[in-house]
Design a protein around this ligand. Structure first.
Ligand SMILES: Cc1cc2nc3c(=O)[nH]c(=O)nc-3n(C[C@H](O)[C@H](O)[C@H](O)COP(=O)(O)OP(=O)(O)OC[C@H]3O[C@@H](n4cnc5c(N)ncnc54)[C@H](O)[C@@H]3O)c2cc1C
Length: 459
């Protein structure tokens, strides 16, 4: 802790670039094992919401930008910026639940897993992200593609209000009635938001009591026909069924051959209130002719949020190196999956995968109103390069970018939370509708005229 900590009146800690503890702290700021060489001048770990305006004042006095971190799960390490004060909010983990009004107040460092565990005590749920360790801060600001999207919508649809500190240090509340334009931006602007959110007020839902999963795996070569069938089936699925495909190396339950073959898996989870309802809503998958041809089929297995989160942790193990991109597309799913299948067959790492969630933010326009977040296409996919050896960084990134070069001509946009923002300036802009982007940039000019917050990578 340097003298600046006292001068700024911080309750938390301040570590300068060059201090002995800087490197360890810097390393811990990003969840991804791949850490870009961008070095903030100062890292402030806030101990309270009061530290936020103090850190902003300190940054101004030193002519530094302010980059914000809630949980450090940005794949492209958006909180790491040159010439910045990195304001780490991960210690702000307060949460209060009001079961009567079915609302909660949460601070940005709370993780989805912590929130789900707390809510389950009250028989309540919230559409947190699919991996338990993702903090609500960056996730909610980006839109949030979480569990049960057909019913809950993107997570930001359930954000009722925020408390934030603006670039000039003012503490403001925003909701549909008060500062609605800043509230609109806070529901989707993600890693380019131009204020620091210290609290979110959330709408909660009754916990579905009969969560049930069905899954099938097929050889990778079947990706296209399986996708075509799934696309037909998905049209008729109840909104309470979350369906998707994964292209990945087979798990031990599919094959113990070495090297393991690659497979395409279809998973569907029903968020129902009775076993009967769950089994009924998953029936279109059981009845689909592809079910007969599956290498592995698991049908109507009861599960719960805790198990779903355990599965999420398994998809994204810690300590690997990750490079990720996203694509919305209006092309048909079969054509997209044929291309993804070819890309997967050439992936230089066994750990890489492509996720293809079906309607990941719902198709209900009522759940997509008054937010910067937009559904930009009929289909959506996310390729992940995953590896361990730093010597392979260039090869793995090349695979991801080649895959995207093939897919992009069929694309209609990106999802800002998981887009490969360093790949080019257009990634951020193409994560919004043209009107949405113009509105965001106009709001940025109004709320942050001096550019205190660094906007989207790669700027
Ligand atoms: C393993 C894993 C699984 C994921 N699963 C999902 C998923 O299921 N659905 C989904 O939608 N996304 C998912 N994501 C993406 C995730 O939502 C984003 O990376 C998100 O930014 C993570 O939130 P964070 O608070 O950790 O972000 P951080 O890395 O801490 O911050 C990223 C950026 O967000 C902004 N920011 C963060 N907090 C604040 C704040 N309080 N105030 C102002 N600005 C802030 C800053 O600009 C910051 O640079 C996943 C990511 C990982 C690594």
């Amino acid at each position: 802790m340097g003298t600046d900590t006292h001068a700024a009146g911080l309750e938390g800690t301040l570590v300068e670039r060059g201090d002995p503890e800087y490197e360890r702290l810097w390393t811990s700021m990003v969840w991804n094992g791949l850490k870009p060489a961008r070095f903030p001048e100062v890292i402030v770990s806030a101990a309270s919401e009061r530290d936020v305006p103090r850190a902003l004042r300190l940054a101004r006095s030193r002519s530094l930008h302010v980059s914000v971190r809630s949980g450090g799960h940005s794949w492209c390490a958006s909180p790491l910026r040159e010439g910045s004060l990195l304001l780490d909010l991960s210690r702000l983990r307060g949460r209060t639940v009001d079961p009567d009004s079915r609302t909660a107040e949460v601070q940005p460092g709370v993780t989805g897993g912590e929130l789900a565990a707390e809510l389950s005590r009250y028989g309540l749920a919230f559409p947190s992200g699919h991996c338990p360790s993702v903090a609500v801060g960056g996730y909610l600001l980006s839109g949030g593609l979480g569990w049960n999207p057909g019913v809950f919508g993107p997570a930001c649809a359930s954000v009722l209000g925020i408390e934030a500190v603006t670039a000039d240090g003012e503490v403001v509340r925003c909701d549909a009635g008060e500062r609605p334009e800043l509230f609109w931006a806070a529901r989707g602007a993600g890693p380019g938001f131009f204020a620091v959110v210290t609290r979110f007020r959330l709408r909660l839902y009754p916990l579905p009591s009969a969560i049930t999963t069905t899954a099938y795996s097929f050889p990778l070569a079947e990706a296209e026909p399986v996708a075509r069938r799934l696309a037909e089936v998905a049209e008729g699925l109840d909104p309470s069924v979350e369906a998707g495909m994964t292209l990945a190396t087979a798990g031990p339950e599919v094959s113990d051959a070495s090297p393991r073959p690659k497979v395409v898996s279809v998973t569907a989870t029903a968020f129902a209130d009775s076993r009967r309802e769950a089994v009924r809503s998953l029936a279109p998958l059981r009845d689909c002719p592809f079910a007969e041809r599956a290498l592995v089929r698991r049908e109507d297995e009861p599960t719960c949020f805790a198990s779903l989160y355990e599965g999420g942790d398994g998809v994204w193990p810690r300590e690997h190196r990750y490079a990720v991109d996203t694509l919305w597309s209006d092309e048909d799913l079969g054509t997209l999956m044929a291309l993804c299948g070819e890309a997967m067959a050439m992936a230089p790492s066994e750990k890489s995968l492509v996720l293809v969630p079906i309607a990941p933010a719902s198709r209900n326009p009522e759940l997509l109103r008054d937010m910067a977040f937009s559904v930009l296409g009929r289909n959506y996919l996310v390729p992940y390069a995953v590896w361990d050896d730093p010597a392979q960084d260039a090869d793995q990134l090349r695979w991801l970018r080649r895959t995207m070069n093939v897919l992009e001509p069929l694309g209609t946009g990106h999802y800002v939370a998981e887009a490969d923002l360093p790949a080019g300036l257009s990634r951020a802009e193409r994560s919004f509708t043209p009107d949405g982007w113009r509105r965001l940039e106009a709001l940025r000019a109004r709320y942050d005229p001096d550019g205190v917050f660094p906007s989207y990578l790669p700027r």
